[in-house]
Write a protein that binds this ligand. Sequence first.
Ligand code: NAP
Length: 458
Amino acid sequence: MAIATINPFTGQTEQEFEAHTEEEVESRIQAAQDAFVRLRSTTFAQRAEWMRAAADLLEQDAPQLARIITIEMGRPIKGARAEVLKCAKGLRYYADHAEEFLAPEPLADPSSVGASKAGTRYAPIGIVLAVMPWNYPLWQVLRFAGPALMAGNTGLLKHASNVPQAAIYLDTLFERAGFPVGAFHALLIPASRVEKVMRDPRVKAATLTGSEPAGRSLASIAGNEVKHVVLELGGSDPFVVMGSADVERAATVAVAARNQNNGQSCIAAKRFIVHADVYDEFTRLFAEKVAALTVGDPLDEATEVGPIATESGRDELEGQVADAVAKGATVLTGGTVPDRDGWFFEPTVLADVTPAMRLHLEEAFGPVATVYRVESREEALEIANGTTFGLSSAVWTNDADEEEWFVDNLDAGAVFVNGMTASYPELPFGGVKDSGVGRELAAAGIREFCNLKTVWKA
Ligand code: NAP
């Protein structure tokens, strides 16, 4: 895959970039190693000052950065601006909380282990490789980089090949903010060159956000090298609507939960599982609201849904929908590729989905929703849990017992009740099953790439 900005709204290549040579990669790895030696001996206060300066730079650069996001991957400009500001907030959150999250933990009774003093402390580990996707080109990277640098680690970014301008911006962000040169750099390399970086002894761990095949590939190399890895992979999140729910509100939120970021979010609700008591009302409202979405130029402030980021992604979605329709799915709205330039797909709602259809088990990475009718909470749960994914989930109910039951039994990294899944710096984020391993954000996220060191003194 060429390293290039190809505007999904026009299909035109705007700019191509040369991959880094082996010598350039080597010098960046060494710079990250040298920066680690310096960074690990700085104080939390010093790193927090630099981190806040990076947040200031993001805010200052927000208009230009939002435009880069929109042109490279098609996110409507309003959402792109919100992404930049969310990143600034995330960096400040770790500037404020890293020291508390990584505070030493003394054992209350050291004599129980025959010591005068014992406990644990968190130490940084060194260079962490971040392999990142294009769908939130800034947020995915910075939710890793903020905690990693605050812990005293350094980072090397291998960004998706279709967002090179975002990668190039991130390449200098932290040194502009005051961090040692080399503390965070981007490597402009294709996926085929990730293995060599992962096997470099100076690289201690990796985090990958992306597809399941990419995650499996990197994790197997990490396993072979005995290096820690965090994986944030795909999802096909259920959105369960029970009879007691506020159906109007659920339908309104369902539209945003499915179509945010042009439907290309790992934590988008993808499968809508609706109790028979409210099925007709919910599907009517949902399909009406989806049909009313404004689809168009992502640089236009009024646009709610833009194009799919890549031509192959659009073709994949078209194939999944065609397969479902051929096998008997009912199209409630959308369903086709519109007759216009760019890689658009109409926001779509499909009913009567069966296990024979690809969309029943595969992730739909675009604005395509599937709706299921169920007669009981047990049946809802069976469909909700009946995939290989387990990223997040949502349940809509006003019955306290039902709420507890779903929170207990949904096999997912998160359950959102009467709302849609979102990521917050304050809450851990990650999946179970094939959706990944490990957690990002909150205290859990910063501790992932630390050596939890036990200290015992006679
Ligand atoms: P992708 O094709 O897996 O690409 C993600 C990153 O991995 C890119 O930098 C890509 O580089 C690289 N890559 C691809 N194959 C690789 C390999 N064999 N070894 C090492 N690196 C490899 O995924 P995507 O299409 O960009 O992103 C969509 C997927 O990401 C969806 O499944 C989505 O659900 C998931 N996602 C998950 C989360 C989460 O937090 N759980 C968040 C966002 C997205 P190239 O671009 O050079 O190929």
